[in-house]
Structure formats: C-alpha cells, structure tokens
Design a protein around this ligand. Structure first.
Ligand code: R5P
Length: 292
C-alpha cells in the first residue's frame, strides 16, 4: 500500500480547462471500444492516419509463392519497415521473431487451394487463437458475386461478432474472381457490403474512380498491391490511392518481388506517410538501391 497523501501543497484541478475529448483519427471508428482503437493505432500510424501493411499470406492457398520461398530470409528483414504484417498463424509462429511489436493481422479464412473453387472458404482461425497470438486484426476473404458469396459473407459476420466481443478488428478482403470485372461499380458494391456488415476496415483493389469507392465506404480502406509491376507504376498506384481516400496499402508482391524489397518498402512508406509524389518515391528507391 502507498503511504497516505500527506502533501500540503495545494492541488491543481485545472478547473478552467475543459477535458480534451478528441475524435479518433480513423474514419468511421470513433464509436469503437478503447481496446479496438488501441489495436487500430497499432495498424495505422496515428500521425499520418495511414498504414503500410506488408502482405505475405499468399501461401495459405497457393503455397510457396515467388519471393516467399523462405520467409526467414525474404521477409523477416522487411518487417522493421512495415506498420503491420499480414500473414497466417503458421508463418507467424514458425518464422517471425516475437520481438516484432507492431500490428499483426492474421489470415482467418481458408480452405480451398488454387486447385479448387477459391470462394468456398470457411473460417480458419478461432478468436481465442487470435488473442493468444496478440493479433490486432483478423482478415477474411469476401467473394461478392462468387459461387460461395453467402458463405464468405457469413464468415465475415461471424468473425465480426467474435471480434467485437474480444475487441479484435476484422479486415474484410474483397476477392475478385476470374469471371468478375474489376471496376469502380463492382468495388463500390463489394466494399460497401463489407462495411455495412460490420468490417472494421476493408482491403480492396485500386481502380479508376477510386475516390468514389473511398467516399462510399464508411470505414477505412487499404489497397492490395496486386500483380508485380515496375516500381514506379506501383508507387504511382499507391500515391493515387492515398490521395483519393485510401488509408494506406496492404502490399505484397510489389514489395517482396521487387529487385530490392527493402528499398521498395521504404519508397512506399514515403508515398503513403509523407505524401511524396511517385517520382520522389522512385528517386528514394533508386538512391537506396545505389547505396546497396
Ligand atoms: C490474397 O488473397 C492475399 O490476401 C494477399 O495478401 C493480397 O492479395 C495482397 O498481396 P498483393 O499485394 O501481392 O496482391
């Protein structure tokens, strides 16, 4: 027990200063519980309101993807530059040092491999396991228009219910099947459905008229990187996305398949967090490459 407060100094209650009550920095997130906001602040950088998530969960349906053959060699050196890692629990436990202390987003849906119908996913992670692994969020694929659309949406809503109970965020990932057109009309539909059904934030693809996608989605959106492009093009996509309302990127192949992944993730950070132009980001990439 501490000793009694016997100080004779006058107390100062600052009675003339109203207590601060600041809005949380992420859109649509002000009414969330403190614990959930705290986890989101470990995914998104509060000073910029944005995130650079490093996505390397591809193996959950396609095995050792190019650039991910050895997580310990290919990915661990990049972790220091990421605001958040998006990965499976198997890779987290086996390959990521527990000293990593930024956000962890765990893949929580799965089932079919690339050899089968991909939309036929089930929930593949319990909330208890997510808590045990100190996850900030769980990620679930949502196949709007896909063969197993309803099932994937129920996966989302079940994780949202469980996540809200234990204040773990739910990231809805809009998946685009081979047969679906990837345009603003479709992406607005898919992202809005995810937000309406309770996703804490949504991951989707950058498309023309992305500003309308971001405006119509009441919770934060991050963009997937998609297929590997030349570095300047990938930086241009990231720049356009954040300037048009995205709260960051969840980028995989455009970082880990780059000729210099450590330089590329730092260039992406410059574009996302510092509002650098794509050209400034690319100059940064080139100067880091030149330094070796
Ligand atoms: C795909 O299903 C995974 O969720 C990936 O994490 C996602 O596609 C992002 O990776 P990339 O930037 O390589 O598209």
């Amino acid at each position: 027990m501490p000793e009694a407060d016997s100080s004779k100094a006058p107390k100062n209650y600052h009675v003339d200063t109203p207590q601060k009550s600041e809005a949380f920095f992420l859109k649509g997130s002000n009414e969330l519980d403190w614990g959930l906001k705290n986890r989101l602040a470990n995914i998104f950088e509060p000073s910029s309101g944005r995130t650079v998530m490093l996505a390397f969960d591809h193996g959950y349906f396609q095995g050792p993807t190019t650039g991910l053959e050895r997580i310990d060699i290919d990915i661990v050196p990049l972790a220091a530059y990421a605001d958040t890692l998006m990965l499976t629990r198997g890779i987290l436990r086996s390959s990521i040092p527990p000293t990593f202390n930024r956000g962890v987003v765990l893949r929580a849906s799965g089932g079919p491999s690339i050899l089968k119908e991909l939309s036929n996913e089930q929930i593949a992670l319990s909330m208890e396991e997510a808590i045990r692994l100190n996850a900030a969020a769980v990620a679930v694929q949502v196949f709007v228009g896909g063969e197993y659309e309803s099932q994937s949406i129920h996966n989302l809503t079940r994780l949202v219910d469980e996540g809200n109970r234990y204040v773990i965020a739910t990231l809805a990932v809009t998946a685009v099947g081979r047969e679906l057109v990837r345009d603003a009309k479709y992406i607005r539909l898919a992202t809005r459905i995810c937000a309406e059904l309770g996703a804490t934030y949504v991951k989707t693809y950058y498309v023309d008229d992305f500003d309308t996608v971001a405006a119509a989605c009441p919770v934060p959106i991050v963009i997937a990187g998609g297929k590997k492009q030349p570095e300047l093009d990938a930086l241009r996509m990231a720049h356009n996305a954040v300037q048009q309302g995205a709260c960051g990127v969840d980028m995989g192949r455009n970082i880990f398949q780059s000729e210099n992944p450590i330089a590329m993730i730092q260039a992406v950070r410059k574009v996302v967090h510092e509002n650098a132009t794509p050209e400034e980001g690319f100059d940064h990439f080139q100067s880091l490459c030149a330094k070796g």
